[in-house]
Design a binder for this molecule. Structure first.
Ligand SMILES: Nc1c(NC[C@H](O)[C@H](O)[C@H](O)CO)[nH]c(=O)[nH]c1=O
Ligand SMILES: CC(=O)[C@@H](O)COP(=O)(O)O
Length: 154
């Protein structure tokens, strides 16, 4: 029996973080959590590129570009979509999740989904370093696990 599991420590990996500016109060905290986790596990600051996009809707197109560049061993996506008064929320959530999901299957670069989709800004803040943890650091750990797992499966 062979078991494959990626650990979190990396020697060298170039990682991109695509982060949405919309709800920046939240996404800045997600970014802080992601950077902290990557650096704690051995990723050099020089090997991290941060790309800001206007909102979560724009994340997939930029991820596609970065994937095609072949420059990165992993891509982290971060955003915060918060329900408003209209159905706009559903369209943004659908597009960003569908886009990132499709690219995770069809692209070459490992990719993680760190986009919060919440009913309220309070729920988002709780998941960005509040009492429900920090989704940014969670998905940063996930990308390291995926990078290491792929090395084993190659
Ligand atoms: N309402 C939220 C948005 N909306 C903006 C879109 O993502 C997009 O930037 C705009 O429609 C232009 O194409 N974005 C979020 O990230 N979070 C939201 O709650
Ligand atoms: C998810 C959104 O785009 C949201 O902020 C829009 O709010 P509203 O539905 O009140 O226009």
């Amino acid at each position: 029996m062979t078991t494959y599991v990626g650990n979190l420590t990396v020697k060298k990996a170039k990682v991109a973080i695509v982060v949405a500016r919309f709800n920046e109060l939240v996404t800045n905290k997600l970014l802080g959590g992601a950077l902290d986790a990557l650096i704690r596990h051995g990723v050099s600051k020089d090997d991290i590129d941060i790309v800001w996009v206007p909102g979560a809707f724009e994340i997939p197109a930029i991820v596609k570009l970065l994937d095609e560049s072949g420059k990165y061993e992993g891509i982290v996506t971060l955003g915060a979509v918060v329900r408003g008064e209209t159905s706009h929320y559903d369209y943004v959530c659908n597009e960003v999740s569908k886009g990132i999901g499709t690219l995770a299957l069809t692209g070459k670069t490992p990719l993680v989904f760190g986009v919060l989709t919440t009913e309220t800004i309070e729920q988002a803040l709780q998941r960005a370093g509040g009492k429900a943890g920090n989704k940014g650091s969670e998905v940063a750990n996930d990308i390291l696990e995926l990078i290491n797992l792929r090395k084993q499966l190659r």
